[in-house]
Design a protein around this ligand. Structure first.
Ligand code: NAD
Length: 329
């Protein structure tokens, strides 16, 4: 029986994986802690580990895993910037490249509407029986220019939604999908052109050395005054200090974030009763016209079902000696 050590486990992980595991029969142990160099010794005697976005598998962790007999790291997510593939040695790595692009694109849209129509603010008001409208003036998305950075699975769904609003969509990607561009009716432009012409910018590219801090003081300077920025991809795409400065001086007019540069110690945890705070996160949370969700974009029942089923199948394929299309080399 394949022994799997789960890290960063939440109750919903257990719920979905226990259900799917009825068909697979893996021997699963759920750990609440994240996987890192300190917790890696816990993996002794396991065949596989199953991890999420905040677990860190660097060279040292891979070495401990291999020494402990772990043969597989199964990511139950799409992004894999937290895994140092160059130093994986003989440990194999799989992921779930596609579980629901709709979940993430729809969440990006939810954040956008929250910002453009100040829904977070009206919710707080009406609950207190304050039914005034002062300070809630929004703007139509219709007719605006939306810039999408990264036109992969999620970016394309987001573009489709934005086209439904009656926007002009311009996009930047290092690999152009010309067929999608024609079918969905958007135009590829150089990054600078996107930054200069967009009223709304949404990030849907992965975190790589090329995209790290792609939104920084230089790129922000090229943007329109009052631009709305949405990030449902990875926090490190945005240099937070530059973002705070641009919000403070009104260059950026609204922000919707599902991810944050230094989210690892905070997101997906209840820190209400902790004194631990992150200065930049606290500044951001105090800003008007900004909404932050806690890496929640993936969190739909459709996505969790697919994550659980595909992760179980990935593990089975590897231990059955089959070719696994979701393996990262
Ligand atoms: P994808 O691989 O289908 O698409 C990514 C696109 O980004 C590709 O078209 C690629 O060519 C493009 N790209 C790569 N490097 C680029 C660069 N330097 N500049 C511009 N474009 C570049 O991935 P996807 O499924 O659409 O997911 C996109 C990202 O969303 C993931 O990498 C992940 O970080 C993030 N994500 C977040 C959540 C969440 O819950 N917030 C959930 C899933 C995925």
């Amino acid at each position: 029986m394949v022994k799997v050590a789960f890290f960063n486990t939440k109750e919903y992980d257990k719920e979905f994986f226990n259900e799917y595991n009825k068909n697979y029969g893996f021997d699963i142990t759920y750990f609440e802690s994240e996987l890192n160099t300190e917790t890696a010794p816990l993996t002794k005697g396991y065949d596989a580990v199953c991890i999420f976005v905040h677990d860190k598998v660097n060279k040292e962790t891979f070495e401990i895993l291999e020494k402990n007999g772990v043969k597989l790291v199964a990511l139950r997510c799409a992004g894999f910037n937290n895994v140092d593939l160059e130093h994986k040695g003989n440990v194999r790595v799989v992921r779930v490249p596609q579980y629901s692009p709709y979940a993430v694109a729809e969440h990006a849209c939810a954040l956008l509407l929250n910002v453009t129509r100040k829904l977070y603010k009206s919710y707080q008001r009406t609950r207190k029986y304050n039914f005034t409208l002062d300070g809630l003036l929004g703007f139509d998305i219709h007719g605006k220019t939306v810039g999408v950075i990264g036109t992969g699975k999620i970016g394309k769904v987001f573009i489709k939604i934005m086209k439904g609003f009656g926007t002009r969509v311009i996009a930047y990607d290092v690999f152009k999908d010309e067929k999608a561009s024609q079918e969905l009716g958007f135009e590829y432009v150089p990054l600078d052109e996107l930054l200069t012409n967009s009223d709304i910018i949404s990030l849907h590219c992965p975190l790589t050395p090329e995209t790290e801090n792609i939104i920084n003081s230089n790129s922000i300077a090229k943007m329109k005054n009052g631009v709305v920025l949405i990030n449902c991809s990875r926090g490190q795409l945005i240099d937070t200090n530059s973002l705070i400065e641009a919000m403070s001086n009104g260059k950026i007019g609204g922000v919707g974030l599902d991810v944050y540069e230094d989210e690892d110690e905070f997101f997906l945890r209840d820190m209400t009763n902790s004194y631990k705070r992150d200065t930049n996160l606290s500044i951001l949370l105090s800003m008007p016209n900004l909404i932050i969700t806690s890496h929640q974009a993936f969190f739909t029942s459709e996505a969790l079902n697919k994550i659980a089923s595909d992760t179980c199948q990935n593990i089975k394929d590897i231990f059955d000696g089959k070719v696994c299309a979701n393996e990262l080399k």
